[in-house]
Design a binder for this molecule. Structure first.
Ligand SMILES: *Cc1c(COP(=O)(O)O)cnc(C)c1O
Ligand code: SF4
Length: 358
């Protein structure tokens, strides 16, 4: 391995000594980092975006473990088994999670560019309690045998941490299957390791092709977006790869109107299309990040819809074992009678349109 992005992985900030180059640890943080057995850390690039002195820095809180991770009143045990529908009758390899008929999530690695403290896959990627076998060829074989699957979502861990050669293998195998119409990648690297978007990777992902590639990244706070992010996204778009965002709604990090609006406006400024904002899932040890269920809908109502560009609107959803369920604001239909529908806009103004019979 050599090159800028591989150096970022070699220099991974996952020890007290290294993290002290970026932040002044509080005594509590230092104690936690000394005692913890959990996997934690991030790239030097992302570490450098943390505030040196503020333990409540929105990036720092996603990177540095907290004592609250030991509290667990609402998290479900064996969350991932429930969530990824592993206990159903259909036989699937460990790497394939299925909730829908026409699309699947395909896990190809457990390694990440940041071990997010709010991760719902914590049991797998962070705590390592859950042992699964991610065999890429097994997954490819299963997809080949399921012609109803038209959309393959490659996830992890972070699939963009695979080498260019491995990604090329994966993509070319999927593109050989006539029923695969699109390939999606879920990756945080445009945010935590934008240096990964190299000419070599562009060659693997890019060019005109029957099977398009869509990337969804995860950006939760405007401070995570830099000039480097903007360049990485532009590079992806310039080779035909679309880029969207799947934010996680996190208490004290992005759950106020100003931050939420700035996040979504700033995403558009670097050409990322907001796709989802996720309710923080009831996985173990992340109660302290969770907002009320209605919060996402309220923020869309109060910060985005009507208040700013329509393209800035994500859909608020909760991911469950039976698929993603929208949690959207429904304030705008006030009522109806035989004559009219009565509607309300973001400023509270009211109007009506005719109620046309079917
Ligand atoms: C999130 C997810 C998908 C994709 O859902 P979309 O709403 O199409 O983005 C597919 N399969 C699984 C198992 C998922 O968790
Ligand atoms: S990058 Fe994704 S899979 Fe990895 S820790 Fe963060 S949320 Fe979890």
């Amino acid at each position: 391995m050599s090159g800028v992005w591989q150096d970022q992985i070699k220099g991974f900030v996952n020890s007290i000594e290294k993290v002290k180059q970026y932040i002044n640890l509080t005594s509590e943080e230092e104690k936690i980092l000394t005692e913890t057995k959990t996997t934690w850390g991030t790239t030097p690039y992302f570490a450098s975006l943390m505030d040196r002195d503020d333990p409540n820095c929105p990036i720092r809180r996603q990177v540095i473990p907290s004592l609250h991770e030991h509290e667990n009143r609402f998290g479900m045990q064996d969350y991932l088994l429930w969530k990824e529908n592993r206990e159903t009758e259909e036989q699937r390899p460990d790497c394939i999670a299925r909730q829908y008929r026409d699309r699947v999530a395909f896990t190809v690695t457990q390694v990440c560019g940041v071990y997010c403290r709010h991760c719902f896959r914590k049991e797998l990627v962070v705590d390592g309690d859950l042992q699964l076998n991610f065999n890429v060829d097994e997954g490819l074989q299963w997809i080949a045998e399921h012609p109803e699957v038209r959309d393959v979502l490659i996830t992890g861990g972070d699939p963009f941490l695979l080498s260019d050669d491995k990604l090329e293998y994966l993509i070319s195998k999927l593109r050989e299957l006539p029923h695969v119409e699109m390939i999606r990648f879920g990756t945080r690297l445009p945010i935590v390791l934008p240096q990964r978007i190299t000419p070599g990777l562009k060659k693997v992902l890019g060019k005109y092709h029957r099977v398009p590639i869509w990337v969804n990244t995860q950006c939760n706070h405007p401070n995570e977006i830099t000039e480097e992010t903007a360049k990485a996204v532009f590079e992806l778009l310039s080779c035909g790869v679309n880029v969207g965002n799947q934010a996680v709604l996190l208490k004290g990090i992005n759950d106020d109107v100003d931050t939420f609006r700035e996040l979504h406006q700033k995403l558009l400024r670097v050409r990322i299309k907001p796709y989802y904002v996720f309710y923080c899932e009831p996985a173990p040890g992340i109660d302290h990040f969770r907002t009320p269920v209605e919060k996402g809908a309220e923020l869309i109502r109060d910060a985005l819809r009507g208040h700013t560009t329509g393209l800035a609107q994500p859909m608020s959803v909760i991911a469950t074992n039976i698929g993603k369920i929208p949690l959207m604001p429904d304030y705008y239909i006030i009522g109806k009678d035989e004559e009219n529908y009565y509607l309300r806009n973001h400023k509270g103004e009211e109007t009506s349109i005719p109620n046309m019979p079917e």
